[in-house]
Design a binder for this molecule. Sequence first.
Ligand code: PEP
Length: 247
Amino acid sequence: MMKKLIAGNWKMNGSLAANDALVRALLGGLGTAACDVAVAVPAPYLAQVQALATGTPLQLAAQDVSQHESGAYTGEWSAAMLREFGVRYTLVGHSERRQYHGESDAVVAAKAQRALAAGITPIVCVGETLAQREAGDTESVVRRQLAAVIHVNGHCISEVVVAYEPVWAIGTGRTATPEQAQQVHDVLRAQLAAASPHAAKIRLLYGGSMNAGNAAQLLEQPDIDGGLVGGASLKAADFLQIIAAAQ
Ligand code: PEP
């Protein structure tokens, strides 16, 4: 069976003191986790969390990466820079980046490509808005978003992680039902299978108000291989319960 991945997304939250307490509490409760566990921390804190987590099962993730290799791109950081801080994963195409920073499918695909070239696993986020779901466009939206990434990264697509995050479920407390999530994961798996003989080993995460109460049911779906967890990853006890549900 595939090892699940539970990734926390701290978004733009934290401080040196709060991060220290959170990571120490996580490490205290993690033990030898049977799933992979990562936290996507704000860029200024990568070095801090790297120092705390090195040699532990807690893996480091970034929340974004530049589509460019290096140069005059003020405010951005490259995949090679992330690599220097021991970053294993980076989110690309989170809906907040698509919505507030105008990231197109092509930009997201280029970011995934940069990450892969640096040996970092991109966690490619896809998901529909509420209006798109209500218009019956969920499948076509997520397929279009994933197709762009497959198009650019076809030869190494089996190295990515895909996170299905319905936009209407992110930070809203409104979660997709396990059946709704599984249905979309099934679509994504089929799309990946058409592109790669290794699609069965690509981890598909669900994200969107996952919490200690709903994680187990979501994670027992056949095509849900882990979770991308926002709000609940900021509380060690909640995040540890989600990790426990994935074992
Ligand atoms: C996220 O930010 O990716 C996310 C899923 O957030 P939340 O769990 O808070 O909905």
